[in-house]
Design a protein around this ligand. Structure first.
Ligand code: ATP
Ligand code: MG
Length: 400
């Protein structure tokens, strides 16, 4: 028997209804906040991801599904959506019409990491990006949107972690201070951190290996190194979140390794997922559009892990599973699915099994009299319904 690829999964009826519900709540919210949907390809030139995500990241170093197509061009299954959305914004010169553009997209991503609970090789994300707004209020809007989404989905015990990464003015000073600190603890670091500490010291801060966490306990904090403009930006984020009653924690370990990430960075974490606690991650990437060949344009965004969100939403799954309201029996044949001419009894059994609330029986006799029999599958009550204008007649009877 051929099985699916390791780290991939099927989303089966019974579970897919929860996904549909999340998707429809998310879409509704995005529309309310003025985001437009954008759909970008599943594959892009490898170069786009290598440049935008960065050669020193786990994703580019070891997680991408990259292969030459039949002509030898290197292509990659997208590991995230931001790079493609930036490419599209630049390629179609959307900034010329209006630099401020708000997009969302929902779809699969691919990363070849070690499969485990909450970590798949094909997983799904809900992405949002805002281009052209330097104000901290755009970051606040994104975090507020995430909080509202979690509330509407009863996603339980979530909290926003926020940090600032500074800007090209102040981050180099912090980087130097961090490198000096790391140099004094090199022996305690894991082999990955020992390798990346020079090129990408910020990554050492968010390494999850216990030895590294321990060694970085007393590392200098970026927040103590922010320039006045970045301090003010970060203060506004915090004050606005507070005034919107969005609880948050300032988390100085929260970093992204690449230079085009600036200022606000955030994560939505939950206590109910064990080790894979991040439901969503995001932040500002003011340098990326320019780096990819576009104008100098601020931007900020987030990615929600759909699979993880689906795990934490507290839904009565049964209530979302669609059951037929009616199983239709015509001439002894259950028209919706049974073409085998079974007995009425066996069709009734089948209608019961599929969860139909009512069965409509239309046999020879019923056709002759022009009256069908509507049977309530729970109470077993039966009533006659005229066959003329059947739908109109049935509707009020089977109303929930
Ligand atoms: P992590 O620290 O969990 O590896 P990340 O920094 O790689 O996360 P992002 O690239 O910021 O994650 O992606 C945003 C969200 O997508 C994550 O918060 C998580 O919920 C989800 N996600 C990332 N990788 C996976 C995966 N392999 N399987 C399922 N969900 C994932
Ligand atoms: Mg990861």
């Amino acid at each position: 028997m051929i099985q699916l690829i390791r780290g991939f999964k099927d989303i089966l009826p019974g579970e897919v209804e929860v996904w549909q519900h999340i998707e429809s709540v998310a879409r509704g919210l995005f529309e309310d906040f003025g985001f437009k949907e954008i759909r970008i390809p599943i594959m892009e030139r490898t170069e786009l991801f290598a440049r935008s995500i960065g050669e020193d990241t786990d994703i580019v170093e070891k997680e991408m599904y990259t292969f030459p197509d039949r002509k030898g061009d290197l292509i990659t299954l997208r590991p995230e959506a931001t790079a493609s959305i930036c490419r599209s914004y630049i390629q179609h010169k959307m900034y010329a019409e209006d630099p401020v553009q708000k997009f969302y997209t929902i779809g699969p991503m691919f990363r070849r990491e070690r499969p485990q609970k909450g970590r798949y090789r094909q997983f799904y994300q809900i992405n949002a990006e805002i281009f052209g707004v330097a104000s901290p209020l755009a970051d606040v809007e994104l975090i507020f949107l995430l909080k509202t989404l979690c509330e509407r989905l009863s996603a339980g015990d979530v909290e926003a972690h926020i940090n600032s990464l500074g800007c090209p003015e102040c981050r180099p000073v912090f980087k130097t201070a961090l490198q000096e600190y790391i140099a004094s603890r090199t022996e305690a670091l894991c082999s990955d951190c020992a390798r990346r500490k020079d090129r990408n010291p910020l990554r050492v801060l968010d390494c999850k290996v216990p030895g590294c966490r321990e060694a970085m306990q007393k590392a200098p904090s970026i927040i103590d190194h922010l320039c006045p403009a970045c301090t003010q930006h970060f203060n506004t984020v915090q004050a606005s979140l507070a005034s919107l009653e969005v609880p948050f924690i300032v988390d100085k370990r929260l970093v992204r390794g690449l230079d085009y990430y600036t200022r606000t960075t955030f994560e939505i974490q939950t206590r109910s997922l064990g080790a894979q606690s991040a439901v969503a991650g995001g932040g500002r990437y003011d340098g990326l559009v320019k780096m990819l060949g576009g104008p100098d344009m601020p931007a900020t965004g987030f990615a929600i892990g759909f699979d993880r969100l689906a795990e934490v939403v507290d839904l009565d799954k049964q209530a979302y599973i669609k059951k037929p309201d009616l199983a239709l029996g015509i001439d002894g044949i259950q028209a919706s699915m049974d073409f085998e001419g079974r007995s009425l009894k066996s069709q009734m059994k089948r209608a019961g099994r599929c969860g139909a609330r009512y069965t409509l029986i239309v046999g020879e006799d019923e056709r002759a009299t022009g009256q069908a029999i509507l049977r309530n599958m729970t109470t077993r009550e039966q009533v006659s319904v005229p066959l003329a204008e059947l739908v109109k007649n049935i509707k009020p009877l089977i109303k929930k």
